[in-house]
Design a binder for this molecule. Structure first.
Ligand SMILES: Nc1ncnc2c1ncn2[C@@H]1O[C@H](COP(=O)(O)OP(=O)(O)O)[C@@H](O)[C@H]1O
Ligand SMILES: [Mg+2]
Length: 292
């Protein structure tokens, strides 16, 4: 049905792990969520493109709850629908879940698709999160709580094997335009012993790196930013600081970043939102890796 819905010019990619946990929801409602998100993705790619559907088991923790005030920490299943279409500016994004809000011409849009999706997600005690940049496509991420039995088992397991978060003393240059995310990441890194230089814009990061005398061990940067994207900043920085390692982070999903060719396969990458634990581990892993 999905292929018929999206037409021939759009490639459908699915990234579905076999061990996905169960959720408790109405199957036909979840189908409606997927269809509405897929139709919107199709409409955003009139010249064709890629539609990526991904699922994953994720744990939303206190750190995530801090920036998204209403989130209850716990194990969730993520369902993400991404496209590499027109994307949206923040002004459009602020209204998309409102009933009857549409940017489509008369007769094409009803403005009810996302309002319906939002209603279903809320009814299923989940959350929906959108990440988009004009010209760079969109990722919608739906989080639905894992079913009760699994929830308890998982909680017991995480308590058992929780190791101390890895730490270090290296210098990290952090580039992220969202203030809330930047200060959270900075806080996590500083608590782990790292020295942090931060910037909300690539050009400011570039200036900071020129002013800073010591070594910069790691560039931790957003991928899609105004002025200059993450990979271009990394390339520029590497000319003067060839030893600096790079870790990318983005609100787009792994699949979207990879399948849209923004980053080369194998490039260290963190998908937002991430937990402090995952951030700490990934930073340590990239710093300790022998290849640059
Ligand atoms: N994947 C997407 N890419 C770009 N814009 C989108 C996407 N999904 C939704 N939108 C925006 O959100 C608006 C509301 O979507 P929706 O509620 O489904 O209504 P409709 O599709 O009828 O316009 C759309 O008109 C469009 O501006
Ligand atoms: Mg729609």
């Amino acid at each position: 049905m999905m292929r018929r819905l999206i037409g021939e010019d759009i490639e459908l990619v699915t990234v579905l792990p076999p061990d996905l946990s169960a959720i408790k929801a109405d199957a036909s409602q979840i189908e409606q969520v997927i269809i509405n998100l897929a139709v919107n993705a199709r409409d955003a790619m009139p010249q064709g493109g890629k539609l990526i559907i991904e699922t994953a088991n994720v744990h939303l923790d206190e750190g995530y709850a801090q920036i998204h005030a209403s989130v209850k920490p716990g194990p969730y299943v993520m369902l993400a629908v991404s496209d590499n279409g027109t994307g949206m500016d923040t002004r459009t994004m602020a209204h998309i879940f409102e009933p009857f809000f549409t940017t489509k011409e008369k007769g094409k849009g009803t403005g009810l698709g996302l309002a319906t999706v939002y209603g279903i997600v809320k009814q299923s005690e989940g959350y929906i999160w959108v990440y988009s940049e004009p010209g760079h496509g969109t990722s919608f991420k739906v989080y639905l709580p894992q079913a009760e039995a699994i929830k308890e088992k998982d909680a017991a397991r995480t308590v058992e094997i929780q190791p101390a978060a890895p730490h270090g003393s290296e210098t990290v240059l952090l580039v992220e335009d969202e203030d809330g995310v930047r200060s959270l990441v900075r806080g996590i890194l500083e608590a782990g012993g790292y020295k942090v230089l931060d910037a909300n814009r690539p050009l400011k990061a570039w200036a900071a790196s020129q002013q800073f005398d010591g070594p910069i061990h790691l560039l931790l940067t957003d991928v899609v930013m105004p002025q200059m994207n993450g990979p271009d900043l990394a390339e520029k920085l590497k000319v003067l600081r060839p030893k600096t390692k790079v870790l990318y982070m983005s609100g787009y999903t792994d699949g979207a970043i990879l399948y849209h060719g923004v980053l080369q396969p194998g490039t260290p990458f963190l998908q937002k939102p991430f937990t402090p634990e995952v951030l700490a581990r990934k930073v340590r892993e990239v710093l300790d890796a022998s290849i640059i």
